[in-house]
Design a protein around this ligand. Structure first.
Ligand code: FAD
Length: 397
């Protein structure tokens, strides 16, 4: 049985940047990452891929190429936790022990929770930017939209990574149709399991103006529950306490944001809260029950927007607190709940929402970021992908 000083579950955005920053601060740490995937993805650019302005190949790299030197990569999937024995057991049946554990396996996309979705996604004009496989198909669908068509964009009632992404694709589609001169001849409908457009007033007001400008119809408290690709029918359920009514509608194209949860192996573990997310102190990112366990990224129960932007602010907090614990100092770093949502509201136009716990607006730039701007679009399209591959994953940003 192999033993590591620090064992990290997940070699995605959070796991790789945590390992890299730990080693920048303390070279002699003995770290391993359990990660089954041969590939690493830059997911935020999939919105741009779906709009036809970013090459999908630039969003994927070999996992090996992002693994920090001096980190042992265990190419297996974590399956069970025995925190009382400081042990993780993998799906391959191997056990690994640790002094400290960092849990970062991201969020799970539950395609299976919408009846018929798995069978039809990627064809019949049913698409999703939430996957490397299907994001390019979104653009193929866009090109086929005709006057008279009805297009749906869904958002589930579960938490999602990048809560703005279900809307970003909608605004890009609307602007695509506007540029083609057929926007007013196409019906665009947003169907959300949530109850509002955006949780923060300032940005919600700005987005409402954009919705009005494009003539998008909004429906709240409706979850997509079934889809029949061949018949081009989607069934939605009203999410109310009385066990809501269902409604079936014909579509010509539908962009689906799948329901999401913590991964199954996490939900079945002793590490979670009642809702199945890893239970950590929202400021220190230390587990509430097991002192030598930390967690960050999409899998935690911290009440922030689940984004890579949040991960960027969580990593230095976790790293400094973990090193303090190793060196028997007190933990002083606190995560503010910062997250950001770069809302692409049209080709060359972006609203950069930035906020922390309790919906506190936390903007970076000295101008009103609720206003759509070309500079912020350039930031998303050119600066952030570069920053991700060259700085964030290397632990220097
Ligand atoms: C369409 C879309 C648009 C987005 N737009 C933005 C944006 O504009 N801005 C922004 O900041 N964020 C955006 N995000 C969100 C961002 O990509 C995530 O929040 C971020 O990747 C979270 O990092 P993570 O490390 O928690 O999860 P991930 O980066 O998803 O990594 C999780 C890793 O864990 C691994 N794993 C899974 N199961 C196991 C297991 N059993 N054992 C070991 N490892 C396992 C996975 O293979 C993966 O490598 C977007 C996401 C999507 C899908």
């Amino acid at each position: 049985m192999a033993h590591f000083q620090i064992l990290i579950i997940g070699g995605g955005n959070a796991g790789i940047s945590t390992a890299a920053q730990l080693l920048r601060r303390k070279k002699d740490l003995h770290i391993a990452i359990i990660e089954p995937s041969e590939k690493h993805y830059y997911q935020p650019a999939w919105t741009l891929v779906g709009a036809g302005v970013f090459d999908i190949k630039r969003t994927i790299r070999n996992e090996e190429s992002v693994m920090p030197r001096n980190v042992k990569w265990i190419k297996e999937a974590a399956a069970f936790f025995e925190p009382q024995n400081n042990t993780v057991i993998t799906a391959q049946g191997n056990s690994y022990t640790y002094d400290y554990l960092v849990v970062a396996p991201g969020i799970q996309l539950n395609w299976r929770d919408v009846k018929g979705l798995k069978e039809t996604i990627g064809k019949n004009a049913v698409t999703s930017n939430y996957s490397y496989q299907y994001a390019p198909y979104t653009y193929e669908c866009l090109k086929n939209i005709k006057p008279g068509d009805t297009i749906f964009f869904t958002a589930p009632s579960t938490p999602t990574k990048c809560g703005g992404a279900p809307q970003k694709v909608m605004y890009m589609t609307a602007d695509y149709l506007r540029r083609k001169g057929i926007l007013k001849d196409v019906t665009l409908e947003f169907v959300s399991g949530g109850s509002m457009l955006f949780g923060i007033k300032k940005y919600a007001a700005s987005l409402q103006k954009i919705v009005d400008k494009y003539g998008i119809i909004l429906h709240f408290k409706y979850d997509l529950i079934a889809i029949d690709g061949e018949k081009r029918e989607a069934t939605f359920k009203l999410m109310n306490d009385a066990g809501g009514a269902t409604v079936t509608r014909k579509f010509d194209m539908i962009h689906v944001t799948p329901p999401q949860s913590a991964p199954d192996f996490i939900r079945q573990s002793p590490l979670v809260d009642v809702k199945g997310w890893v239970d950590v102190n929202k400021y220190t990112l230390q587990h509430t029950k097991f002192q030598n366990i930390f967690s960050l990224g999409d899998v935690t129960n911290t009440p922030n927007a689940k984004t890579g932007a949040a991960v960027r602010k969580q990593v230095p907090v976790l790293v400094k607190n973990l090193i303090a614990l190793i060196e028997h100092h007190s933990m002083t770093e606190k995560y503010s709940g910062y997250g950001s949502c770069p809302l692409t509201v049209g080709y060359g136009k972006l609203v950069l929402a930035e906020f922390g716990y309790d919906n506190k607006v936390m903007e970076t730039f000295p101008f009103d970021q609720a206003k759509p701007r070309r500079s912020m679009w350039l930031l998303k399209k050119y600066v952030l992908p570069w920053l991700y591959w060259h700085k964030i994953l290397k632990g220097s940003a």
